[in-house]
Each structure stands twice: as structure tokens, then as C-alpha cells.
Design a protein around this ligand. Structure first.
Ligand SMILES: [Zn+2]
Length: 411
């Protein structure tokens, strides 16, 4: 891996590749072909996934039509009601949602959804974006939690500029029409094995899909390139334990690729020692960050390692919302790496996540550092610390997956 190659890969993958689309598959095949160029044979593993087709998504407020997108998994129906902007979750404000179409100031989680349906909200509007940016992009959102309410409200997303205009205009009356169908499609994981002397395996993971507005250079082609660099390194420096590289599909749709991997490879997980997950590395202005999602001993071990390497890095003992969580849930200890950016120097899930945010040079530095750290676990006679996952982490994981839906949803 070198700067020229890194820049070429960013250029070749500068397209949106959401989970389950032909663009996502094209990217999987591209990653496989890059492995082949290094003389390594990767394979593509398909898994079923629920796909959506929105026929109608329409929002009219006080006679004016507002551009919108229906959430994937939204109910198909027409509702017309008074408009209400919910800016806090006090019971007094929630009561005012009754028989209203509610503009929500925040992310739609299952607990907020429950509160809204318990209070008989008839429709839900969310928004994305930043009032200071020029774009009027609308993100394709998805309902990623089980929602079995009797009278499901239609759920749509709009741009923040329109959201603010609606509040400013003191809007009175709204009408939402959504019509959507679904079918079972396919998403894909890419797998590459470098066999060591033992069956015991370390799995590197990084998602290669993007969200609906983004070409995802930083999030997360950067880590996909890092995995290619690590594959190159470990094929030249054969590890004692086996190493598997997993480029996950459909992470942005709810960690679906890694969850499916864990479900499809249960027997192999028994001899999986460690998951090393990468999500967003190589940024120009950022600090290298290591997450121990195992225990405090691992966090201490990481701190000592970075000190020895004379690398200024941050170490955190916590889980993060990425593919590592699927492994932890399946009982595999996991760590995760990122180069966390400074305020104002990054944005993800938007049109602004381009290769300009990422430095090929920094990415090469990150690859070397991750290789050096992982090598300890790949080659040690005995693992130098306990990899027992604490109850604290297990608890966080349980909460994280509470009511989260799987790749194929029940309707
Ligand atoms: Zn990501």
C-alpha cells in the first residue's frame, strides 16, 4: 500500500453504496479484485436483506409541499392533522402530540417512538442536516427497531432548513402520504483468510457500505483501505495465529453484515480470539483513538503500548456503534480503532465526507500502528492479558441491541 494506491482507491470508490444496492455489490467485487492484485483470494458471501421501494412520499404543510423521504419501513398511509413541533420530552409536551403530526427535534429512537405512539401522534417528521450548510439534502432513514404498535404512524424525513421554516411560520396543518413496498434483496460481506499455524483466529473488520448521501471516504473506505494494507503486511509477515479480514456490508443499515456474519459462522467464532474493528481512520486533523470493548486491562495494555511507541493516542474503555458490537454480542472480545477528528474538521453521512478529509500519509501511519499492535496478539505464545468481557460491557451491548431489527424484518 502506498499513497498513490490509496488515492486511486478513493477515486475508484467515490460513489454512494448503500446496503443491498448494486453499487454496494460493485464495491465488494472491487475489494475482491484489489485482493487478487496482491495475489490473495477473497470470497464474497451474500446474505438476505429487506429492501424498500417508496412509491409516494409527500408532505404538505398549510398548502405548501415540502420535499421529504419516507423512512424505510414506514407505514403506507395518508394522515392529515394539526402540526406540532416537539422540542422536549416532558409529559406535558408529549400530551400535546395527541392526534397531531409531530416534527421531532432529535433522533427517533424506539423509546421516543413508543412515547409518541402512546400519546397518539398520527405522523412523525424528523430532519437531518445543518442549517449553516448550503445543501438541501434529505437522508434516507430507516426504522431499525421493532415497532409493533397497532396504529403505526407514517414516518418521514426532511431537511433541517425546511424544518426550521415550518417552525418559523408557526405552521398549523399538515398532511403526509406514504406508499412503500418491500422485498428481500441481498447484501454482501467480503472475506479473506491468511492462514497461520493455528486455527485460532483474529478477525479484522471494516464496513464498506455508505449511507444514502455519502460516498463515505472517511466513513469508511479509509478503514477498508487499511484492511487491504494489513492484509498485504500479514501475507508478507505470516502470523502464527490465523487472520481473517472481513469487509462488512450494510453496517449503516444497522450492523447487518457483521450480525449476519456472526450468525452464519457460529462454529468458527468458537476459535475466534479477537475482533479488531476499524471505523474511520486516516483523517488529516484527528487523534488516533483505541477502544477497549473488553475490560480495563486491555485499555491499560493499549495505553502502555502507545507510550512505548511514542504515539499520542487516546484510549477509551467503552463500546462504539460499529461492527465490533455484533462480535461482542456473539461472545467475541473486540477492540476498535479510529482517528477521531476535531470539531469542524469532519462530517459524516453527508455529501461532504470526501477523500479531502483523509490523508494518505496518515492512513499509512495508522496501518503500521494497527499492524504492530495486532501482531502482539497474532504471534504471542500466550496472550498477555485477560480477554474476558466485563459485565459492564455486556450490559451496554444488551442495551444497544434492545429491539434492534435483523437484516430480514418481520412485517
Ligand atoms: Zn462507519
Amino acid at each position: 500500500m502506498n499513497c498513490k494506491m490509496i488515492n486511486k482507491i478513493f477515486k475508484d470508490t467515490a460513489y454512494i453504496r448503500t446496503g443491498g444496492t448494486k453499487e454496494e455489490l460493485a464495491c465488494a467485487e472491487y475489494i475482491k479484485s484489489l485482493c487478487a492484485e496482491m495475489g490473495l483470494e477473497a470470497r464474497i458471501e451474500a446474505f438476505p436483506i429487506t429492501m424498500y421501494e417508496t412509491k409516494t412520499a409527500r408532505l404538505v404543510v398549510d398548502g405548501r409541499e415540502i420535499p421529504c423521504r419516507a423512512f424505510n419501513g414506514s407505514e403506507s398511509k395518508t394522515v392529515a392533522a394539526g402540526f406540532y413541533y416537539l422540542n422536549n420530552l416532558s409529559s406535558a409536551s408529549l400530551k400535546k402530540c395527541k392526534d397531531k403530526i409531530v416534527l421531532l427535534g432529535g433522533r427517533l429512537t424506539f423509546s421516543i417512538y413508543d412515547k409518541l405512539t402512546e400519546n397518539n401522534a398520527l405522523g412523525i417528521i424528523t430532519y437531518n442536516g445543518n442549517i449553516c450548510y448550503r445543501d438541501t439534502d434529505i437522508e434516507q432513514k430507516e426504522i431499525c427497531f421493532e415497532h409493533k404498535a397497532e396504529n403505526r404512524p407514517p414516518i418521514i424525513n426532511i431537511n433541517v432548513k425546511d424544518a426550521m421554516a415550518l417552525v418559523k411560520a408557526n405552521s398549523k396543518f399538515a398532511e403526509i402520504t406514504t406508499q412503500q413496498s418491500h422485498y428481500i434483496g441481498e447484501s454482501h460481506n467480503v472475506i479473506l483468510d491468511i492462514e497461520g499455524e493455528s486455527e485460532e483466529t483474529i478477525i479484522f473488520s471494516a464496513h464498506y457500505d455508505s449511507s444514502s448521501l455519502s460516498i463515505g471516504a472517511y466513513d469508511n473506505m479509509s478503514s477498508c483501505i487499511a484492511l487491504l494494507g494489513l492484509a498485504e503486511y500479514f501475507s508478507a509477515n505470516r502470523p502464527r495465529r490465523s487472520i481473517r479480514f472481513l469487509w462488512c456490508g450494510s453496517e449503516e443499515r444497522g450492523l447487518l453484515g457483521s450480525e449476519e456474519y456472526c450468525a452464519m459462522h457460529k462454529a468458527e467464532l468458537e476459535h475466534t480470539l479477537l475482533n479488531v474493528n476499524l471505523d474511520m481512520v486516516g483523517s488529516f486533523m484527528g487523534v488516533f483513538t483505541a477502544f477497549s470493548c473488553i475490560n480495563e486491562q486491555m485499555a491499560d495494555f493499549m495505553t502502555k503500548f502507545f507510550k512505548k511507541q511514542r504515539v499520542a493516542a487516546e484510549v477509551k474503555y467503552k463500546i462504539r456503534s460499529s461492527d465490533s458490537n455484533s462480535f461482542i454480542r456473539a461472545g467475541v472480545p473486540a477492540i476498535s480503532f479510529a482517528r477521531n477528528t476535531m470539531d469542524g474538521t469532519h462530517t459524516i453521512h453527508t455529501r461532504y465526507d470526501t477523500a479531502e478529509m483523509v490523508s494518505a500519509k496518515t492512513l499509512l501511519t495508522d496501518i503500521k500502528l494497527i499492524a504492530k499492535f495486532t501482531e502482539i496478539f497474532a504471534n504471542a505464545d500466550e496472550i498477555p492479558l485477560s480477554l474476558e468481557i466485563t459485565d459492564e460491557i455486556k450490559n451496554d451491548i444488551q442495551n444497544y441491541f434492545k429491539r434492534k431489527t435483523r437484516a430480514v424484518k418481520e412485517f
